[in-house]
Design a protein around this ligand. Structure first.
Ligand SMILES: Nc1ncnc2c1ncn2[C@@H]1O[C@H](COP(=O)(O)OP(=O)(O)OP(=O)(O)O)[C@@H](O)[C@H]1O
Ligand SMILES: [Mg+2]
Length: 336
């Protein structure tokens, strides 16, 4: 029996990140607080939230690529080892072989003067894991897996000869080529149009499941995240306010912020007025002692404004809201 079968691939516990302030020497700002989430092999986890909620900072912490002077608290485990404790050598191996990153804008990450073959293979060749020919062959096989026809010809082309959707599939292939265990995708399809976005994400999710990799998919797009992930984490002000099975969170949010996000997106099926969330999103360091969402929450009480709710199990997920149980039907009504 394999005892490690249920062990998470990535295990983030109570992560906190503080950054130095440039305007006041010695002062620091909290940008991430109390983030707990895990990714199992074969699992796709979505992280959604408004701009500035800490999605990218969480991914950067996982790669230990935080801005200079950042302090990290809590635990980031990868295959049972502490990422924060990796030596330089181990860290280089972790970043080049174990974890792959897919970025938002493929054109910004390709060199217009180099062929697709160069672009796809240089990482694994530089690591010494494959020869150029082996890498080209593996790259062609992966291109076929992600639905690219005539991959040998594509390998000889230049980035400008490829559409945005095709180029993003190249990025997926480049991420999969070193046979990583975990893929981090930070807004990977934002530069694409909507139909191509869901097609590219469906391809990525399929590859993740087939290869039993973990995926951390960061996006603003709740609909897209719910469609392709198993687990959904909703972030606000540097913290996770709700996390649970994607379908359940999407169909019946248990945190007022999740409900507000769902109610505020335009629906192709109805012409109802979009209920914008009043106020502006805040950063972690702007939240007082109370609930991070209290200032914008229509259901906030005095307790919410003064006492930070801890994440606790509610309806099969983890929710940081004092009132989650009594708001169940009100939140359902907001999104139906
Ligand atoms: N290099 C940096 N130096 C200082 N603060 C930063 C830096 N990058 C981000 N921040 C701050 O950290 C917080 C979290 O930012 P982060 O980039 O993780 O948000 P995000 O959820 O990825 O947003 P977006 O959807 O816009 O990409 C924000 O308050 C942001 O202003
Ligand atoms: Mg971001």
């Amino acid at each position: 029996m394999n005892e490690r079968v249920n062990e998470p691939l990535l295990d983030i516990e109570n992560l906190g990140v503080e950054l130095p302030r440039h305007d006041r020497r010695g002062a620091r700002r909290t940008v991430i607080q109390g983030v707990t989430l895990s990714v199992a092999p074969g699992e796709a986890v979505g992280v959604v939230g408004e701009s500035g909620s800490g999605k990218s900072m969480t991914a950067r912490a996982v790669l230990r690529l935080l801005p200079a002077g950042a302090t990290v608290t809590g635990h980031i485990g990868f295959q049972g080892r502490s990422v924060l404790g990796l030596s330089r050598r181990e860290l280089a191996d972790y970043r080049s072989r174990r974890v792959s990153m897919i970025y938002q804008d493929p054109r910004a990450h390709t060199n217009p003067l180099r062929t697709i073959a160069d672009f796809l293979t240089e990482g694994v060749v530089a690591c010494g894991d494959m020869s150029r020919d082996e890498a080209a062959e593996a790259g062609c096989a992966l291109l076929r897996d992600v639905g690219v026809s005539d991959p040998e010809r594509r390998m000889t082309q230049y980035p400008h000869q490829l559409s945005g959707g095709l180029l993003q599939r190249m990025m997926i292939v480049m991420a999969l080529l070193p046979s990583p265990d975990l893929v981090l995708a930070d807004e990977p399809t934002t530069a694409l149009d909507v139909t191509v976005q869901s097609e590219v994400m469906a391809i990525l999710a399929e590859q993740i499941r087939e290869r039993s990799l973990g995926l951390l998919f960061i996006t603003h797009d709740l609909d897209l995240a719910a469609a392709v992930t198993d687990t959904l984490a909703v972030m606000y002000a540097g913290t996770i306010v709700e996390i649970g099975p994607a379908a359940a969170v999407y169909a019946g949010p248990a945190h007022p912020y999740t409900a507000a996000l769902l109610a505020s997106r335009p629906s192709p099926f109805s012409v109802k007025r979009i209920a914008a969330i009043p106020g502006r999103p805040i950063a972690a360091f702007e939240a007082g002692d109370g609930c991070v969402f209290a200032a914008r929450c229509p259901y906030a009480t005095d307790q919410c404004r003064t006492q930070r709710p801890l994440a606790r199990p509610v309806a099969g997920r983890s929710v940081a809201c004092h009132r989650a149980e009594d708001l169940e039907s009100a939140l359902r009504a907001m999104v139906s």
